[in-house]
Design a protein around this ligand. Structure first.
Ligand code: N01
Length: 867
């Protein structure tokens, strides 16, 4: 019985939503001995499976994987009748779970939360419902689901239609009978694609209004997959464990086959196998690079289109059904049963809204730019205000009167998708910034619920009353979520992942794409480090370990993992010859770098013999002269050659439009300090003197280098200035060595674990220069005279032992009056910025380098010869 409004009910926790996540949250909170009230506007448990009762609604993750696993007995008790269970069966399952654990007694149905406000005095939430009741609670948990707020029909005249109107997301419990009716379906996402074949069975005429053609594979539904059942039978715990640490929440071995390099036969074989398997995580795993490389994605997409053309008999309809304009996977792909075949039925018609957009809904039907259609019923399968819609609509107000809607006006901001600063004790299950919709939801739900339950237990045991993320931790996580998305093709699409389906919604990638296992590790790390990034308060005092839990670019972290897995010997344990051989062997496995117009090799007369060079000329319409960049490779003065930095030189050439002359200089220990520096000066002088022959513009000469190459580039600038020429327009110093002092903090922070280590730097110095020479400006340009040097672009990487000396050089140049651009390679290591084609997150840094090179030269445009 409801209490009178004047006597608010008090519980430890209010949970909104009685779907998969709300039910399990209730179960776990009860286990902690907390009093809980679950509120749901629906008439029963089920969440998304309560509302989405449209014909054809079923799971599109195999149901053997889409179930609770927290209780092994429950896991074994329920048997799914099909590979992809229907909505009624899944709803039955959730009812069974609610009854099995006696959960209903703490759930209030048909109860809509109208607002929730944080009371700072009481350190409690005040939650009000549509019935006017208020409930006070210490913890407020939104288990409202990611796809629960239907998108309002943003079509002119929608309210005018006099016939029957249905929303797939709010289907009537009694169902709908379309027998003999003229039916319109608007929308061809997962819901529309599931419903259309079944509606077509009843309707006398079915017209589908498609704005964006979608990728869909046949489900090949049937009995639960024998392979999974076998694995579950043999080792249920092992299978579930693997799912929890997998990428998508289902144990799928990620392929290492690259679409761009696989043979045609392998490509077809892999695609056909995935098509036959009929599983979304299979078709998303045809190639390792399909989510990041447009060329690889195009291969998959074209094979999809071939399938559609082979199924749909009318060529015009087939073409309209072929998805174009977005990369495969970047909008949620669908799983269907006879979807494309449905268009071969004589009473089914597709209207391509790209060709004839809807002008308005009328009283009798739909008017497009070309035609008027009469209908008895319109079905909206137009989707959801995904991931944030339900949370924002619930009117949540945190500390200082700040509402979630205001805070998230420019897009959601969360820590781990679990909490948001300014809203103490407010938890989101599968919130934005967590894997949620990109994963098997049940695995992600269980992980979130377990995390929240563990957190509340820890708070209680440690005597804290509140928990909330810090602004720093939250912005760091938001950045990481966007960094993960940015290396993929996903942000290019107008998808609901990007909020692009709702007019006016900020364009932000909403879920975490780094993977379920990686995400779980981040959550575990946060707890392991004493709730890192959270502030906890209580009568006994506060505690906060502030910081950012994931600072490294995700692809850089992947490369480090790969390198670690290769178990290579430490370079400093090798002889120079063996280290060179190892470097050459690893370089041979890299992507080659971009195509350029022309590559030629030659020699430069050096002070002690010829120095080989490789010249890169940009592709492009103009044959005229270009600015010239003289480039010096990295490798600690010991390693490297013209091949070692070849991809980077190509990238610099292609981006900047300059001729790049990469020079191989003498190496230590055969030729120690100052041989490399003297070679660098000689090379710059020679290139300047021969600029015209090399296709350069006289007087437009810059130097560049990476690591030790940047060291000698910087030294060459000082030597050229002192020698009275040549005039150098700019110096690009990528992660330069500029000092021999290894006591700067970046050595302490990054001296181990990021490829260039303190031990390796020592090995380089020992090979290159005697201790007595390590203060000479020709070895350590930071200690030289700096006024009068060319403008500089200094690139430093966060996880580089050399970071701080690079920053020091930039500052010192600035103090000496030299124009400087200091570019921070955020989340990068010493080597990762140079990994062209491999570390995608390095591209924006190299785009900044391109800008800097443009600034060095008076006219970035190529000039024509004047005869
Ligand atoms: O919604 P959607 P959904 N005029 O947004 C079109 C999950 N799910 O309900 O792409 C004309 O995908 C819109 O066109 P466009 C699953 O994660 C799971 O189908 O914006 N058309 C699109 O075609 C899924 O991704 C299952 O150009 C308009 C469609 O409507 C998510 O829920 C089953 C329009 C909406 O597609 C959402 O799927 C169902 C307009 N004004 C759903 N506005 C399972 O099997 C929108 N559209 C578990």
């Amino acid at each position: 019985m409801n209490k009178p409004a004047s006597v608010p009910e008090q519980v430890d926790a209010v949970v909104v939503g009685a779907g998969f996540s709300g039910l399990y949250m209730l179960y776990r909170l009860r286990q902690l001995g907390l009093s809980v009230k679950v509120l749901d506007s629906a008439g029963d448990v089920g969440g998304t499976w309560y509302w989405n009762r449209y014909p054809g609604a079923r799971c599109d993750v195999p149901t053997t994987d889409y179930a609770y696993t927290f209780d092994p007995e429950l896991d074994q008790e329920w048997t799914w009748s099909e590979k992809y269970a229907t909505q009624p069966e899944i709803l039955d399952y959730l009812r069974f779970v609610a009854d099995r654990y006696g959960l209903r007694s703490d759930i209030e149905f048909s109860a809509t939360v109208t607002s929730a406000r944080w009371d700072e005095q009481e350190k409690r939430w005040r939650v009000t419902t549509g019935r006017g009741t208020e409930i006070r609670c210490r913890y407020y948990v939104m288990a409202t689901g990611c796809l629960s707020m239907p998108k309002s029909p943003d079509i002119e005249g929608a309210s005018r239609f006099a016939g029957q109107v249905y929303f797939t997301s709010r289907w009537p419990g009694e169902g709908a009978d379309f027998t003999g009716q003229r039916v319109a379906v608007i929308g061809t996402g997962s819901s529309g694609i599931q419903a259309i074949p079944l509606i077509a069975r009843q309707a006398s005429q079915l017209t589908v209004f498609q704005r964006t053609a979608n990728f869909s594979i046949p489900a090949h539904n049937g009995p639960a997959p024998a392979g999974t059942l076998k694995q579950l039978g043999e080792d249920r715990d092992g299978y579930r464990h693997a799912a929890r640490w997998s990428r998508g929440g289902i144990p799928v071995e990620p392929t290492d086959v690259l679409g761009v390099t696989a043979s045609e036969a392998v490509r077809r074989e892999r695609f056909e196998a995935a098509w036959e398997l009929g599983e979304l995580f299979g078709i998303l795993n045809v190639f390792a690079d399909q989510a990041v490389n447009p060329a690889s994605n195009d291969i998959v997409a074209e094979m999809f289109r071939e399938k559609i053309r082979s199924i749909v008999t009318d060529p015009e309809t087939a073409e309209a059904l072929c998805p174009k304009g977005h990369y495969f996977g970047t909008k949620r792909p669908c799983l269907d049963t006879g979807y494309f075949e449905t268009y071969n039925l004589p009473h089914v018609r597709l209207v391509d809204l790209r060709k004839q957009p809807i002008i308005s809904i009328t009283q009798d039907g739909i008017e497009t730019a070309d035609e008027s259609f009469g209908f008895d019923a319109i079905v909206y399968a137009t989707g959801f205000d995904a991931m944030t819609g339900a949370m924002v609509a619930a009117d949540v107000t945190g500390r200082d009167g700040l509402s979630l809607k205001e805070k998230w006006a420019a897009g959601p901001s969360t820590y781990l998708g679990l909490m948001t600063a300014g809203f103490p004790n407010f938890f989101m299950l599968t919130g934005p910034g967590s894997p949620s919709v990109l994963s098997n939801m049940t695995v992600s739900i269980e992980q979130h619920v377990d995390w929240v339950a563990g957190c509340l237990k820890d708070l209680r045991e440690e005597g804290f009353e509140t928990i909330e993320p810090t602004a720093l931790a939250e912005s760091g996580w938001n950045q990481h979520v966007q960094d993960c998305a940015a290396i993929t093709l996903y942000p290019t699409a107008n998808s609901w992942y990007m909020g692009a389906n709702v007019p006016g919604k900020p364009r932000v990638f909403l879920p975490y794409i780094g993977g379920v296992g990686a995400y779980r590790q981040a959550c575990d790390d946060v707890v392991g480090q004493g709730y890192f990034g959270f502030r906890m308060t209580g009568p006994g005092g506060d505690r906060c370990r502030d910081g950012v839990i994931r600072r490294m670019q995700p692809d850089v972290a992947m490369v480090l993992d790969l390198v670690a897995a290769m178990g290579m010997p430490a370079t400093e344990s090798l002889s120079a010859a063996d280290a060179r051989a190892l470097m050459a062997a690893t370089a041979a496995t890299r992507p080659p770098g971009p195509e350029v117009g022309e590559v030629t090799d030659g020699v430069i007369p050096g002070p002690a013999g010829d120095l080989p060079y490789r010249l890169y000329r940009p592709a492009g319409p103009s044959e005229g002269p270009r600015p010239v960049v003289v480039y010096f490779h990295g490798g600690g003065w010991v390693l490297g050659n013209l091949d070692s930095d070849d991809p980077l030189c190509r990238d610099l050439c292609e981006r900047s439009g300059a001729v790049v002359v990469s020079v191989n200089y003498r190496h230590a220990p055969e030729d120690r300090f100052p041989a490399a520096a003297l070679d660098a000066l000689a090379a710059v002088q020679w290139v300047d003197a021969n600029a015209v022959e090399l296709g350069g513009i006289p007087g437009q000469l810059a130097v560049a280098g990476w690591s030790a190459g940047a060291n000698i580039a910087a030294v060459a600038c000082q030597l050229a200035r002192d020698a009275g020429g040549p005039r150098i327009s700019g110096q690009l110093l990528i992660c330069p060595v500029v000092d021999s002092d290894m006591t700067r903090p970046s050595y302490a922070e990054n001296g181990d674990g990021y490829i260039l280590t303190t031990a390796l730097m020592r090995w380089f110095w020992d090979h290159y220069a005697d201790p007595a020479d390590r203060g000479d400006p020709r070895a350590v340009p930071l200690r030289g005279d700096l006024p009068g040097l060319p403008p500089a672009c200094v690139v430093t990487a966060d996880f580089d032992p050399l970071r701080d000396e690079g920053v020091a050089y930039a500052r010192a140049l600035e103090t000496a009056g030299v124009p400087v651009r200091l570019t921070r390679a955020r989340g990068h290591t010493h080597t990762s910025v140079t990994m062209v084609g491999m570390v995608i997150s390095g591209a924006p840094v190299r785009a900044e380098i391109e800008e800097a090179l443009g600034d060095f030269f008076p006219s970035p445009q190529p000039q024509e010869f004047v005869s």
